[in-house]
Ligand binder design. Structure first.
Ligand SMILES: C[S@@+](CC[C@H](N)C(=O)[O-])C[C@H]1O[C@@H](n2cnc3c(N)ncnc32)[C@H](O)[C@@H]1O
Length: 376
């Protein structure tokens, strides 16, 4: 039986996961709170747990509420549209504890801030994930393009977010999600019917990789499920616990969503933006030659981008930005490569020039041409 995560102290790997949930939501929430097109905002925590660990440290649901309040009520004091949190937990007892913990949190918050009622709507549901996820009302929220949705799926194991759920998630408009998955277990039990009925492991080649790469490979499996004609971004963050590898998969159909996810992951891991350990054997902090600006991942992606530009497969900044996002790097990496090639007189940029590398959906397009000698 799976150990109950809320009946113990959160360990370091759980803290890392919760930190990523917190920081991603911190990036996401103000965008939709202030956005004009988002008529309503929905936040789902489908595997909510009981709210805290044994020491009272906040779990995902209370973290979401805390972030949505903001320091000195900087967010909740500005709410001018319906914002609803839905927390789902299948175990009756845990759901009751969650109810109590959330009620206590809200009451304390109202007293501390002298508010009569919380501005946020809250729904705590004792239900199995799949039945609530497929509920008509919830589906109509997911399908509404005027509603912004943030979805946490902190499952145990890997069986809840199967191919079908994933395919549903990626087609909903304005829906960003993060799900947890026990990647090592898929690798270890890849032939077991209890695995193959959820994940088609025949399509995953674990043989030519090391154990630490298994989460990346599983993310690639999900990437393959994305239809070619849709623009979609997935990022993987591997979490090592003992000898096992777990991980988060972060999904969004907007470059801004991906920029935000990557910002948080690179804050967590300045060498590769993709793990809570030294996944690429980089020189570590404290060592003489420690230099995160030239980590293995950055050097590799810079090399690829340079090749793509010089072989004319990337011909403008927008293509370049999206290419590096797909590789799990922040858009500024593309800009740095373009600057270098320009300095080396290998390319020229044509159009409205700017080196701004954030909010790339607003960036003006410039073309990249090779200097004459590079064309030969
Ligand atoms: C990893 S824990 C979530 C921990 C929580 N996010 C936190 O931060 O404390 C997974 C939770 O999902 C619940 N759960 C398991 N299967 C479920 C299902 N099918 N539907 C909804 N909840 C489920 C478990 O009881 C457990 O509390």
């Amino acid at each position: 039986m799976t150990k109950d995560i809320n009946k113990d102290k959160f360990d370091e790997s759980t803290k890392c996961k919760l930190n990523i949930f917190r920081n991603c939501f911190k990036e996401w929430f103000p965008v939709f709170l202030h956005s004009e097109w988002a008529k309503e905002v929905y936040i789902f925590d489908f595997f909510a747990g009981s709210g805290t660990d044994i020491e009272g440290k906040f779990g995902s649901s209370l973290i979401l509420l805390e972030v949505a309040k903001g320091e000195n009520r900087k967010y909740c004091s500005k709410v001018s549209k319906p914002i609803k949190f839905t927390f789902c937990e299948s175990q009756k007892k845990k759901c009751q504890e969650l109810n109590d913990n959330v009620a206590e949190y809200i009451k304390t918050c109202e007293v501390d801030n002298k508010c009569s009622t919380c501005v946020y709507k809250l729904d705590i549901i004792n239900s199995d994930f799949k039945s609530i996820f497929n509920d008509k009302q919830i589906q109509s929220i997911f399908q509404n393009k005027h509603y912004a949705k943030f979805v946490l799926l902190d499952q145990y194991g890997f069986r809840q977010i199967d191919d079908n759920i994933f395919k549903q998630l990626i087609k909903y408009p304005k829906t960003d999600f993060i799900f947890f998955i026990s990647s090592s277990f898929i690798k270890r039990f890849k032939e077991h019917p209890n695995t193959t009925m959820y994940i088609d492991t025949q399509k995953i080649d674990f043989e030519n990789s090391t154990p630490k790469e298994c989460h990346k490979i599983i993310t690639d499996y999900f990437k393959e499920l994305i239809p070619e004609d849709i623009e979609y971004y997935l990022h993987n963050f591997t979490i090592k616990k003992g000898s096992n590898y777990y991980g988060l998969i972060l999904g969004t159909n907007h470059t801004l969503g991906m920029e935000k996810f990557l910002k948080v992951c690179w804050q967590e891991d300045e060498n590769s933006g993709e793990s809570n350990f030294n996944i690429n054997n980089d020189i570590e902090e404290g060592d003489l030659f420690y230099d995160p600006s030239n980590s293995a991942k950055k050097v590799e992606v810079r090399k690829i981008v340079e090749k793509e530009i010089l072989s004319r497969r990337i011909t403008d900044n927008i293509e370049g930005f999206k290419f590096v996002l797909e590789k799990g790097c922040k858009p500024e990496l593309f800009t740095n490569v373009a600057k270098k090639l320009e300095k080396e007189q290998k390319i020229i940029r044509i159009g409205k020039l700017s080196y701004k590398s954030t909010e790339i959906h607003k960036a003006e397009k410039y073309k990249i041409e090779l200097k004459n000698n590079e064309n030969q």
